[in-house]
Every structure is written in structure tokens, then in C-alpha cells.
Design a protein around this ligand. Structure first.
Ligand code: ZN
Length: 525
């Protein structure tokens, strides 16, 4: 029995491996050089992979092979991963094709669309610069509105994507796409929403108190009443991060610095070699290039790449440390782990690593030793760093509540008034007033809804992993700055096993307890 299962897994690896690698290469190309050819190559690669995953006969064989209770552990893991990979694709070919074509078209629009401000096309960095620095409320409003224009451009298509995804999920017997996506990514919906409730509960009071202080500061800055504040008075178009007025302004720390150098210095200090990732990366803004940031493992054989649009400021420092966290994880999975499971254990474990490193930007130890902040500045900033770290965690947690609740509702009923629902959730969780009389699909300006659906819960779990793992590293290895023991521990306990361990087992084995919100809660107290 095991021999047959072994043979099946080997056959499927041989079929899927070249398709996955081609898709990764095509995806990289279309994200770095927009062209109709690149989009077509990517759509073809996507279809080819989905076609292989739609193979009914292979799916049945995987399902049958899993029935054998006596399977070797690694073999079982590979079959489980294959099973979850095949399930979503057991849908009719025309539906599969429509999904791929629509997803590719929408993503191309996100990559190339530039909002308009005073008759000029502006990129995301220009919009963020205004929101970060300008005291002119009119200009800020224009910039914020420009950041939402993409929403109107793609809303109908994103809604159509939700319908098609639901149609696929329902044909497989799932309630909707949301339920299917969780079920095929080793997540339990009930557990997810009880964790979200717990996070909502633990963050409500501290967030409300912090937000009231922030509103006072913003009202003073803009010379208006707190009740007149609107989303454009914040620094981030989605309020994912705290504005500098409410926390601390670290941008000057990075204004003259080389962010690549600081990234290298951070990982070198832990004995983690990220140069091979750096060599393959594309780090600076260009026309026709994706304005976002990501890390991709092209071949699970060492070719790992990061895409960024680096500017010397706090946000991009955080992002660089974040993406290279993904990168080092991918690089350090043991090469003798079978290819099908030779990657991060789960999206939430790799987000956890990435977030843990991204947080270093506000870590006093990191700022002193790697940021090389002069003592005078450190004396000035130091006492406020704790508050800044807390503000960042609170703000992000409240934003995740919006995204995850919205996404569940989107798939529960794609026909509902999503424009109103979005602002209801933003007002409830983020305590940001909607612009008066605004009826626009602002939700659709968030690229994740279209391109990486039902992914946001991984950021929430990632925060929990980051807090829990950081506590372990402080206890067992001395922390995250210039500690080679930390690098070694991360590689041994967390990176090396790759997908050979399920995420919940991995977290428990690495930290000594199951994943819990307790460590995050401690940082918010
Ligand atoms: Zn990430």
C-alpha cells in the first residue's frame, strides 16, 4: 500500500513541480514588467497548474491513498497537502478558465492603475507621502480619494470574482468560498472567530483610549473638532498603521539610511544569510511594476526573491525586514524535505516570522545597536517606543477585524450593499468616521480581496505567532538582536522542518505550548 502511495506522490510531484515553477516565474515577470505578453504567460501558467490540480483521477487516487492508516508520516503529510491543493479545483473547466482570466485581468489593473490627483497620475508612494507629511486637509482629501479610485475601477470585477468563487465552492458542497478556503488550509472557522472575538475584546478598551488621544492630537494639528476628522486625516489610506501624530515619527531615523544595509546587518547579527535572496530581488519603484511588496520562492531550491518599492522611511524598513523574514524561512527549509512540502509549514507561520522581524523597527535594542541611533535621539525617542509598539499592534489588530469580518460577509452574500457594510465595519472596529454622503466601493481598493482572497486571518494568527515565538527566543536564546543562538534556534526548530509538520504542531513544538493570544495580549497590556 505504502509503495503505491509513494509512487503516487512521486508521480504527482513530477507533474506539479515544473508547473509550479513556471507559474512562479511568470508571476514574477508580470509583477516586475507589465505587458500583455507577461499577463498572457502568467494566465497560461496558472491555467496549466489548475488544470493539473483538476485531474479527477489523480484526486481520487489521493483520496483513496489517505484511507491507509499505516502510512509513513511524511507520506501522509504530502497526501494531505495534495488533497487540500486538489479540492478547490474539482470544478468544471469553463468555470476554472473564467476565474483565472478574471483574476489575471483584475491584478493587471491593480498593477498598472495610478490614481489621479489635480489632473496628474500619482503612484502609491506619492499618495502616502502627502498623507504622511501634509498639513493641508484639502490636499490630503484629494490624495485619499485618489487612493480609492482603483476601487471604482475594479469593484464589479471583484464582486464577480466572489460570485464565481462561491459557485465553485458550492459545487463542491461547501457553504461558500470562505468556508472552502479555511477548510482547505487547515483552519477551523469556529476557532478563528473565537480568536477574533478574543482579540476584539482585548483590544477594544486600549484601542478606544489610544484613539481618543490620537483624535485630540489630529484635531489640534488640523485645527478642527475631533468629530470633523475623516479618513484622510490619518497617514495610511486604510488606517493599517498608526499615524506619526498618534505614536512616534521614526521616518527621520531612516531618511538618510541604506535600508538594504540595515536589513543585511539585522540578519547577519543572527547568523542568517539573506544575500542570495537579495541578489535575486527587485527593490525599487518603477513604472509598470507592482506597487506592493512580496517574497516568492521560485523553485524551492534556493531561488527566493523579494519585490519592494523601497523609500528610506519607517514603513519600508518594516517591510524590508518583513519580506526578508519570509525569504530566510524559505531558504532555510531543509533541502531533503520532499519538494511538495518543502516550504513554510503554513501561511500563518511564515507571516509570523515576517511580522516578528518587521516589528524590530520599533524595538529599542534594535534601534540602538543596528539602527545606530545617536544617544541624544535615543533619550528623546526611547521612552515613547513602548507606546509606539503598542499603537502599531492595536491599530493592525483592529484593521484585521475589519478585513476578516468583511470577507466572511462578502462571500456570504456578494449581492449585498458592500459599500455600506465596509464603512459600518470601519466605524465599528477602527473608529474612523465615513466621509459624509460617500457611496463608493472603497472596499475594492484593497488588493487582497481580489488577488489573495481569504488570506487576512493569516496576519492575525501571524501576530500571535510573532509574539509567542519572540517570547521563546528571549527566554531561550537572548532575543532578536545580534544573537547567533536565535538564528540557530529559528533554523532548527522552526524553519528546517518546512511543511513536514502541520502549523499547530510546529508552533507547539517550537515554543512549548499551543498557539495562544496570551503573548500578544501581554504586549498590549
Ligand atoms: Zn508577509
Amino acid at each position: 500500500m505504502t509503495t503505491t502511495a509513494q509512487q503516487l506522490v512521486e508521480d504527482l510531484e513530477a507533474r506539479l513541480r515544473p508547473l509550479e515553477i513556471e507559474l512562479a516565474r511568470a508571476w514574477w515577470e508580470s509583477s516586475t514588467t507589465a505587458s500583455p505578453e507577461a499577463d498572457a504567460r502568467r494566465a497560461d501558467a496558472d491555467l496549466a497548474l489548475r488544470g493539473a490540480l483538476a485531474d479527477e483521477q489523480a484526486f481520487r487516487a489521493v483520496r483513496d491513498a489517505r484511507e491507509d492508516a499505516g502510512l509513513d508520516r511524511l507520506l501522509r503529510r504530502q497526501l494531505d497537502v495534495l488533497h487540500d491543493g486538489f479540492v478547490p479545483h474539482q470544478v468544471p473547466e469553463d468555470l476554472r478558465r473564467r476565474l483565472v482570466e478574471l483574476e489575471t485581468a483584475v491584478e493587471a489593473t491593480y498593477n498598472t492603475f495610478r490614481g489621479e490627483l489635480d489632473g496628474e497620475r500619482v503612484d502609491d508612494n506619492a499618495i502616502l507621502e502627502i498623507l504622511r507629511t501634509s498639513d493641508d486637509a484639502g490636499l490630503r482629501r484629494g490624495a485619499w480619494e485618489a487612493s480609492k479610485q482603483i476601487g471604482a475601477e475594479v469593484a464589479d470585477q471583484v464582486r464577480e470574482l466572489a460570485r464565481l468563487r462561491n459557485q465553485a465552492a458550492q459545487s463542491l458542497g461547501y457553504r461558500d468560498h470562505f468556508a472552502l478556503a479555511l477548510a482547505t488550509s487547515e483552519l477551523d472557522e469556529h476557532r478563528l472567530f473565537s480568536t477574533l472575538d478574543e482579540v476584539e475584546h482585548q483590544t477594544r478598551a486600549p484601542f478606544t483610549a489610544w484613539k481618543a488621544d490620537l483624535d485630540d492630537a489630529l484635531a489640534t494639528r488640523f485645527g478642527c473638532a475631533a468629530g470633523e476628522l475623516r479618513p484622510w486625516h490619518l497617514d495610511d489610506p486604510f488606517f493599517q498603521d498608526p499615524p506619526t501624530s498618534g505614536a512616534i515619527d521614526l521616518d527621520p531615523v531612516f531618511a538618510e539610511r541604506d535600508l538594504v544595509e540595515l536589513t543585511l546587518r539585522t540578519y547577519d547579527g543572527l547568523g542568517l544569510e539573506v544575500r542570495p535572496v537579495l541578489d535575486n530581488s527587485d527593490l525599487y519603484a518603477r513604472d509598470g511594476k507592482s506597487q506592493h511588496a512580496f517574497c516568492i520562492d521560485i523553485d524551492r531550491d534556493g531561488d527566493v526573491r523579494v519585490l519592494c518599492n523601497v523609500e528610506p522611511n519607517e514603513r519600508w524598513m518594516d517591510t524590508m525586514l518583513h519580506e526578508f523574514g519570509h525569504g530566510i524561512y524559505d531558504r532555510e527549509v531543509r533541502r531533503d524535505v520532499p519538494w511538495l512540502i518543502r516550504g513554510a509549514s503554513h501561511a500563518l507561520t511564515t507571516e509570523g516570522i515576517a511580522m516578528m522581524f518587521g516589528r524590530l523597527v520599533r524595538d529599542p535594542d534594535w534601534l540602538a545597536r543596528i539602527g545606530e541611533l545617536p544617544t541624544t535621539e535615543f533619550d528623546e525617542l526611547g521612552p515613547r517606543l513602548d507606546g509606539a509598539r503598542r499603537a502599531a499592534l492595536l491599530t493592525f489588530a483592529r484593521w484585521v477585524l475589519v478585513m476578516t469580518s468583511f470577507e466572511r460577509a462578502l462571500y456570504a452574500d456578494p449581492e449585498q450593499d458592500l459599500d455600506t457594510l465596509w464603512w459600518d465595519l470601519v466605524e465599528e472596529h477602527q473608529q474612523v468616521r465615513r466621509p459624509d454622503g460617500r457611496h463608493a466601493p472603497d472596499w475594492a481598493s484593497k488588493i487582497h480581496l481580489a488577488v489573495v482572497p481569504v488570506y487576512y486571518q493569516n496576519y492575525l494568527y501571524g501576530e500571535l505567532v510573532a509574539s509567542q515565538l519572540a517570547a521563546t527566543l528571549r527566554r531561550d536564546a537572548g532575543g532578536l538582536v545580534d544573537e547567533r543562538r536565535t538564528g540557530a534556534l529559528l533554523v532548527d526548530r522552526f524553519f528546517a522542518p518546512g511543511g513536514s509538520q502541520r502549523w499547530d504542531h510546529l508552533v507547539e513544538a517550537a515554543t512549548g505550548e499551543p498557539l495562544t493570544p496570551a503573548h500578544l495580549a501581554r504586549e498590549l497590556a
